[in-house]
Write a protein that binds this ligand. Sequence first.
Ligand SMILES: Nc1ncnc2c1ncn2[C@@H]1O[C@H](COP(=O)(O)OP(=O)(O)O)[C@@H](O)[C@H]1O
Ligand SMILES: [Mg+2]
Length: 250
Amino acid sequence: MLEIKEVTKTYNSKGISYPVLKGVTATIPDGSFVAVMGPSGSGKTTLLNCLSGFITADSGKVLLDGQDILTGNETALAEIRQHKLGFVFQDFMLLNGLTIQENIFLPQIIAGKSQKKMEKNTDNLLSMFHIEDIAKKYPPEVSGGQKQRASIARALSNNPSIILADEPTGNLDTKSSAAVIGAFLDAKEKIGATIFMVTHDAFAASYADKVIALRDGIVFGELLRRGQPKEFLDELLDFTRKVNGEEYDA
Ligand SMILES: Nc1ncnc2c1ncn2[C@@H]1O[C@H](COP(=O)(O)OP(=O)(O)O)[C@@H](O)[C@H]1O
Ligand SMILES: [Mg+2]
């Protein structure tokens, strides 16, 4: 379980301070798919970067499986990032000079996995995400949806406790977005992965179990999905209007 408690972050630039996170609290249960929504500039990426350790939060706590991941020595934190977190980015961040298969190998090589284990694990991931046929291709030779599914496979390759994804469908067309969401659902259902996805896309969020909305630096509200994504999407679109302060729109 990931517990975010009263996390704050203020950027300082040219003597002016910009408070972006003003005490964000949220819980991401194991095996759940949670989406964070909010208007552009609401601090979604900042929150994700505080969780991943890319930037340092000013205050608050983040507990992963009960372990504090904000404070501690650099070595311990690097260890947590390597073994417990998986990352998926909007622009994939695959290495173009390596094949899709080699890209998925990479974090496993860094983790010191044996060749045999790594190959078996990678084969499983390639087939789970329906990208076996592009294993030997290079990223520039495959579609955006395929690249993103490869990056999800890579993120899962060391069995992280949680996957952190920033706008994973942001650069994709509708069909590729659906394939990426399908990959997250497969990861959740087949291997019990926990997914924390930042998105401004209500369609992508409608597949999540829980949607957390950020506004003005705090959690404006949370919605749990009860029915099918289709019904939830309507609810989310209404909710998004409220979050954006457009509740009086017809
Ligand atoms: N390194 C930075 N220095 C100063 N301001 C920043 C920095 N990064 C982001 N911001 C500002 O913080 C706010 C939140 O940004 P961000 O977390 O990227 O929002 P989102 O991902 O929701 O669009 C924005 O107003 C942005 O301009
Ligand atoms: Mg962002």
